[in-house]
Design a protein around this ligand. Structure first.
Ligand SMILES: [Zn+2]
Length: 247
């Protein structure tokens, strides 16, 4: 029998699977779709990162129940934005039934990419990770989502063609308070960089990078973050990275 999180809103049902999904009433079809996305993602990530899937649940929450979703803070998060939380056990991927319009571009690839992004956070955080610049952890999620898409045969060309390639900053330059639009542009730059890295170096760098992050014992600064990524990419990694407009 599945033990549900104590925070499950009334009337919610559970769909069993590799990642059990607690979902809003009358959302069986969406839940089945999410299950398929999660199973594809968990299987691919286990192989790419060479690690077992973490203990995890997903919750598919409707907008009207959003404030009942588990989270770290007292304040409700903005609706429509998926997140991963370790505030309950097992940890939970909180997924909205409708994605916020701040996610751009909106294509057939958007929802799976967003789910795989959050799933990768869950994989990475199943072991202790020291503090790193935010771009490094987010890069792992975006590049992994792209790697899963490639394996699953999800065409990314149309999605990538709609991304603004020159938002006026690079992934390392974005600091301090950022609005939703800048956050999206930042994530899209990381996706472009991830896709380019997969094309240039293959997917093996993801395993090397994640395992190197688990082995770090001190706070990772900007210089060390670049070194970790360049080393994971392999021969010519640093030169290639510095040649990238997103970096
Ligand atoms: Zn993220």
């Amino acid at each position: 029998m599945l033990v549900r999180n104590p925070v499950t809103p009334p009337g919610y049902e559970c769909l069993a699977g590799v990642v059990p999904i607690v979902h809003a009433p009358r959302m069986e079809r969406s839940a089945a779709n999410v299950r398929s996305i999660l199973e594809t993602g968990a299987g691919a990530l286990s192989e790419v990162l060479v690690v077992e899937p973490p203990e995890l649940e997903a919750m598919l929450i409707s907008d009207e129940d959003w404030e009942q979703a588990p989270r770290e803070n007292t304040y409700t998060y903005p609706p429509g934005l998926p997140y991963f939380t370790r505030s309950v056990h097992p940890p939970v991927l909180v997924l909205p039934t409708t994605l916020s319009p701040t996610f751009q571009p909106q294509t057939k690839a958007t929802y799976p990419l967003v789910v795989w992004h959050e799933l990768t956070h869950a994989f990475l955080l199943q072991k202790e990770v020291v503090r790193t610049p935010a771009w490094l952890g987010e890069f792992v999620s975006q590049a992994s989502a792209a790697a899963i898409a490639r394996r699953a045969g999800l065409p990314l060309a149309e999605h990538l063609s709609q991304i603004d390639r020159g938002p006026g900053f690079t992934i390392r330059a974005l600091r301090g308070h950022v609005d939703a639009e800048e956050q999206m542009a930042f994530q899209n730059l990381l996706l472009l960089l991830g896709v380019a890295a997969l094309e240039e170096f293959g997917e093996g760098f993801l395993e090397r990078l994640v395992h190197a992050m688990w082995e770090e014992t001190n706070t990772v600064d900007e210089e060390r973050a670049e070194e970790l990524l360049a080393n994971a990419l392999g021969s010519g990694g640093r030169t290639w990275l510095r040649s990238r407009p997103e970096f």
